[in-house]
Design a protein around this ligand. Structure first.
Ligand SMILES: CC(C)(COP(=O)(O)OP(=O)(O)OC[C@H]1O[C@@H](n2cnc3c(N)ncnc32)[C@H](O)[C@@H]1OP(=O)(O)O)[C@@H](O)C(=O)NCCC(=O)NCCS
Length: 240
């Protein structure tokens, strides 16, 4: 399948409308337009907001039978190149908290292989017709016994798919998986300038714990990092 046409990252799309985005790229409903995938609201609940639904209803519609579905599934080796591409987009956009340098596909492949051997630390991808729209990993946070039921989340959505609810769905999926795996808490560390990352966390039940000053050393200098946490609701936290 050929990649959907590129559009600018989320914020500029949110400031406009999906229709104006479509008109610039390709007619709605035509494969090759990223918005094609969202017709019918198959994606996150954010899709249903008034502005977006109003815009989409006026365009050419997919039918329920042709409507593509977002599938969230474990990553496999064949996903490495796409996942790497998404990760490297975040690096280029200066949104990746701990890396200034692009990742190599072989390194991504090793990370997938490690996750396949380690059910406690899954990697999930958002797959639309074999096109990877996003991915999320539940990584180890700290192996000390008092902290080993806490996981760290890293999440990436392809530029052309940002702000359509893919991140929200991936986040929900990893939160649910973490609950089933017996985690009691998730943590995240987000550059304070990463507005969309912080908004996604707010929208999915995370709490901002506090700000580390001059914390992440990236190629362009030191950056403040916001520590965020999500308490898994189903697991009661015993207090001593
Ligand atoms: C952060 C990121 C994963 C969000 O994914 P996304 O698919 O664009 O997010 P969603 O569309 O699901 O948005 C979820 C919520 O976040 C907020 N949000 C996300 N992007 C937003 C934007 N551009 N403007 C306003 N709100 C936004 C909204 O509250 C939204 O809820 P809504 O849809 O009900 O309005 C994505 O921007 C990304 O991949 N960024 C680069 C990598 C990164 O920063 N990862 C996080 C640190 S590891």
């Amino acid at each position: 399948m050929s990649p959907p046409a590129r559009r600018p990252p989320g914020p500029s799309v949110r400031q406009g409308t999906i229709a104006s985005h479509c008109n610039k790229l390709a007619p709605c409903g035509q494969v090759g337009c990223a918005t094609d995938f969202f017709v019918g609201g198959t994606f996150g609940s954010g899709f249903y907001d008034q502005q977006r639904v109003g815009v989409i209803k006026s365009g050419a519609m997919s039918t329920a039978s042709t409507r593509p579905q977002l599938q969230i599934r474990p990553a496999h080796e064949d996903d490495a190149a796409s996942m790497c591409e998404l990760f490297n987009e975040a690096v280029q956009d200066h949104l990746e908290t701990f890396d200034s340098d692009p990742r190599a596909v072989d390194d991504q492949r090793l990370l997938i292989a490690a996750a396949e051997q380690d059910p406690k630390h899954p990697i999930l991808v958002a797959d639309v017709r074999n096109w990877i729209a996003g991915w999320v990993v539940l990584a180890p946070y700290d192996t000390r016994i008092a902290l080993d039921d806490i996981g760290e989340v890293f999440i990436y959505v392809r530029r052309t798919f940002r702000s359509y609810g893919v991140g929200r769905q991936l986040m929900r999926a990893i939160q649910e998986a973490a609950g089933k795996l017996g985690y009691r808490k998730l943590i995240g560390r987000i550059l304070v300038e990463n507005r969309d990352g912080l908004l996604l966390c707010r929208a999915t039940g995370w709490r901002e714990v506090g700000r580390h000053s001059a914390h992440a050393r990236l190629n362009d200098g030191l950056h403040d990092v916001m520590m965020v946490e999500y308490l898994i609701p189903s697991s009661p936290v015993p207090h001593s």
